[in-house]
Design a binder for this molecule. Structure first.
Ligand code: SF4
Ligand code: MG
Length: 330
């Protein structure tokens, strides 16, 4: 059987705005990935790595420059609108700011009912009961149904946003930094809710986040993006406990530790990522890579597959782990 989502060599470039409008933002530069039904993939990387653009492109919300997206065995990208329509009926996005996802002039019950009406599969007489069931599913009290977004807390509002996303009974959910705007205690509650929903509904999820600790709790697999490419991918625990790409190793080393015996290394990841308007030649990470070799400036390393793990680096896993400073060891 084909995977639920299949992405081959996806490229998304778009014109830069303002004074730079003649130049191109090279946001996504050849991404391939697979997602099985019920699986959760974390997409991590610094801001500007192309995670959000990739997420939007997968749902057809951003035009694709090249490459192929397939959903449920049907082609989504390109001219075939039927594939995109099928995807839209079965995939939903959860946004960072739930206040933007909900209409501020409508009660949350009305916002959710609207989605059900558009989908058209629930008889009108059954809509109120279905709305109540969705609010219950995300842990919102029935008396909140009549409130508008501004009369809810941030956490309640994100629950309402999730209820609205689930109204179409999606098989795939793409969540872009969906807890980043919330207080830490509320973040935990929303993550628990997602874990529960995932198990109950068999949802496949792409969880875009810069917070690696959250990704570690929630995701089966993780893909690490740098300047529009996946530089490492694999089962979450394996990738976080023994990173095989120097960029992943630096991200992992930068996770604050609760162990005072393991202080943060001085600067695991020096500098900022280069602009996606002008990618460095060769391996785009080479200007920041402590292990870079002369050939890294010349040639972009191809993705190397080893069982469930994928790494795009010229070094072998041994060379990366044995040359890490002590503080980078898991
Ligand atoms: Fe560093 Fe070279 Fe590997 Fe890129 S290919 S991550 S520059 S060692
Ligand atoms: Mg983003």
């Amino acid at each position: 059987t084909p995977p639920l989502l299949e992405v081959d060599d996806l490229v998304v470039h778009y014109p830069a705005g303002g004074m730079l409008r003649r130049r191109e933002v090279q946001a996504v530069n050849g991404v391939s990935l697979r997602l099985e039904p019920g699986e959760t993939l974390g997409l991590v990387g610094e801001s500007g790595s192309g995670k959000s653009t990739l997420g939007r492109a997968l749902l057809g919300l951003t035009p694709v420059t090249a490459g192929h997206v397939g959903f449920d065995g049907k082609r989504v990208s390109g001219r075939d609108r039927a594939g995109l329509a099928h995807l839209r009926r079965n995939a939903a996005m959860i946004f960072q700011d739930p206040f933007n996802a909900l209409n501020p002039r409508q009660t949350i019950a009305t916002s959710i009912a609207e989605v059900l009406r558009v989908k058209g599969e629930v008889p009108p007489a059954e809509v109120p009961a279905r709305v109540a069931a969705l609010l219950d599913l995300v842990g919102l009290r029935p008396d909140l149904a009549g409130r508008k977004p501004h009369a809810l807390s941030g956490g309640q509002c994100q629950r309402a946003g999730i209820a609205r996303a689930l109204a179409i009974e999606p098989r795939l959910v793409i969540a872009d930094e969906c807890v980043a705007a919330l207080d830490v205690s509320i973040q935990g509650q929303i993550i628990n809710l997602l874990i529960e929903l995932k198990a109950r509904m068999g949802l496949a999820m792409i969880f875009i986040a810069h917070d690696l600790a959250i990704v570690r709790r929630l995701c089966d697999r993780v893909a690490v993006m740098y300047l529009g490419r996946i530089v490492e991918e694999g089962p979450t625990e394996a990738v976080f406990s023994s990173p095989r790409h120097p960029y992943t190793a630096a991200l992992v080393a930068a996770i604050p530790s609760l162990d005072p015996a393991r202080p943060l290394p001085a600067d695991p990841l020096p500098g900022e990522p280069p602009s996606p308007l002008a990618l460095p030649p060769g391996c785009a990470f080479h200007p920041r890579c402590r292990l870079a070799r002369p050939e890294c400036r010349e040639m972009a390393p191809p993705a190397r597959h080893d069982g469930e793990r994928i790494t795009a680096c010229v070094l072998s896993p041994d060379e990366i782990t044995t040359t890490q400073p002590r503080s980078m060891e898991p």
